[in-house]
Design a protein around this ligand. Structure first.
Ligand code: F6R
Length: 236
């Protein structure tokens, strides 16, 4: 595991975008595993800039996102599908038909999870997976638990996650209580992983994930077992 500390969010974002774009340049039909939340916004802004400059072409790329709130469809501006369309997909030359986010409105979420995992397998797995990290150590929405869950699954969000995500909603009651998330299998089978975190409040959990014991109580700690992980942290 490489642990890189940088002194600004701008540097973190540039470095991360460079890693993702390098992957696309060397493999134009790369499969990108993408995340939502505030951490990747700077990375996506850089990817948009590189695409507009003509430095990187996303036309053959496929993307698979980590997670979605249960009950929100893509027309809801709080859904992760809407977030991705707005903050990245509509601003680069990716084919919208090759962008995938788990369907939080599927009637049978267990089946949706199974289909999502099979689909990722059929794609040949993820070439590079971008991750943020929650204050409780979650990646995707794999919350602290007694076990690591392998498959894409429905999950009850931790109260601390609901509180953290309330900043994006009008009222805390509006934050969905459940989500569907990629499980640890597809994440751990990604060829490369880059985990980004910024802000003083993330320092303790990032250090726990990188240096602490490997435990499902700190879901991101499983990444210590992955052969190619880069963690990029900025206090600012
Ligand atoms: C979102 C996701 C989450 C976030 C995490 C950090 O797709 O998978 O694990 O990465 O909650 O969120 P931010 O970046 O908003 O602090």
């Amino acid at each position: 595991m490489k642990f890189i500390t940088v002194d600004s969010y701008e540097k973190l974002s540039r470095m991360t975008a460079n890693m993702i774009c390098a992957e696309v340049i060397s493999k134009p039909n790369a499969v990108l595993g993408l995340a939502t939340g505030s951490s990747p916004l700077g990375t996506y802004a850089k990817m948009i800039e590189y695409n507009k400059n003509g430095d990187v072409d996303f036309s053959e790329v496929t993307s698979v996102n980590l997670d979605e709130y249960v009950g929100l469809d893509g027309s809801n501006d709080q859904s992760y599908r809407y977030f991705m369309d707005t903050n990245l997909f509509s601003q680069i030359n990716i084919d919208p038909k090759k962008t995938f986010v788990p369907n939080g409105c599927a009637e049978d979420l267990a089946k949706e999870g199974e289909n999502y995992d099979n689909f990722i397998k059929e794609l040949g797995g993820i070439d590079i997976q971008l991750l943020g990290i929650g204050l409780d150590g979650h990646i995707g929405f794999n919350e602290p638990d007694d076990v690591f869950i392998k498959e894409t699954h429905e999950v009850a969000l931790d109260p601390s996650t609901i509180e953290a995500n309330a900043r994006f909603f009008e009222k805390e009651e509006d934050v969905p209580r459940t989500a569907i998330t990629m499980g640890m299998m597809s994440i751990m089978q990604a060829k490369k992983v880059v985990l980004i975190a910024n802000g003083k409040n993330k320092k303790e959990i990032v250090e726990k994930a990188v240096y602490g014991p490997i435990t499902p109580q700190v879901p991101a700690s499983i990444l210590q077992l992955h052969p190619d992980v880069t963690v990029i942290y900025s206090e600012n």
